[in-house]
Design a protein around this ligand. Structure first.
Ligand code: GNR
Ligand code: NI
Length: 179
C-alpha cells in the first residue's frame, strides 16, 4: 500500500477520458488500496484514478462526517442512471486544484450503477455532499474539472494560479535536491 503523488492542474492526464475496468483483479485491488491511502492522507472526500495518473474508471469516496466512523466506498465503471430535476449548489474544491473553491450547481440527487471493490454490481442513490462528490469524481473519469463549470475569467484566473504553484513546487524540489 502506498500514498501516490496527486497530479496538479494543468496536466494533460487530467483531461483524458479514462478506460473502463474489464476485470476486478489483484492489480485493480492494489490500485484501490493506494487510492484510499492517498485520499485519507490528503485528506479528501473523494479521489479518482486519473488524479494519480491512472486512466481507469475507478474512484473512491468517504463522505462520512467528522464524528462518524470511516466509510470508505469504491466505485468501478460508475454510470449515472438517474438524476433529480432538483438542483443543488455546493462549494467545491479539488485535490488537483488546491486551495481554490467555488460554487457549482448540479443535480441534488443521482443514482449510480457501478461495481464495488469485490466486483459486485451495485445500484445506489446519493444525496447531499455524496451526490455532489460522485458527480465531481465521474467528471474526473471524463477529463472534466469543477472549474469547467465556472466562467472563463474565473477559470483562467485559477489556472494561472495553479501554473504559478506548480513552478514554485518544482523550484522547491530542485532546491532541496541541490541543498
Ligand atoms: O475533497 C474533496 N472535497 C470536495 C468538496 C466538494 C465537492 C467535491 C469534493 S471532491 C474533493 C476531492 C477531489 O478532488 N476529488 O476528486
Ligand atoms: Ni477533484
Amino acid at each position: 500500500m502506498s500514498i501516490r503523488p496527486i497530479l496538479l492542474h494543468p496536466d494533460p492526464r487530467l483531461r483524458k477520458k479514462a478506460e473502463p475496468v474489464d476485470q476486478v483483479d489483484l492489480s485493480v485491488k492494489s490500485l484501490i488500496e493506494d487510492m484510499l491511502a492517498t485520499m485519507y492522507d490528503a485528506p479528501g472526500v473523494g479521489l479518482a484514478a486519473p488524479q494519480i495518473g491512472v486512466l481507469s474508471r475507478v474512484f473512491v469516496m468517504d463522505a462520512a462526517g467528522k464524528d462518524e466512523a470511516p466509510a470508505p466506498k469504491v466505485f468501478i465503471n460508475p454510470q449515472i442512471t438517474w438524476k433529480s430535476a432538483e438542483m443543488n449548489t455546493h462549494q467545491e474544491g479539488c485535490l488537483s486544484i488546491p486551495e481554490q473553491f467555488d460554487d457549482v450547481t448540479r443535480p441534488a440527487s443521482v443514482t449510480l450503477a457501478y461495481l464495488d471493490g469485490d466486483g459486485s454490481a451495485c445500484e445506489e442513490t446519493f444525496e447531499g455532499l455524496a451526490a455532489t462528490c460522485v458527480q465531481h469524481e465521474i467528471d474526473h473519469l471524463d477529463g472534466k474539472l469543477f472549474i469547467d463549470y465556472l466562467g472563463p475569467v474565473k477559470r483562467q484566473m485559477i489556472t494561472a494560479k495553479m501554473k504559478k504553484l506548480k513552478r514554485e513546487r518544482a523550484k522547491e524540489k530542485a532546491e532541496t535536491k541541490n541543498a
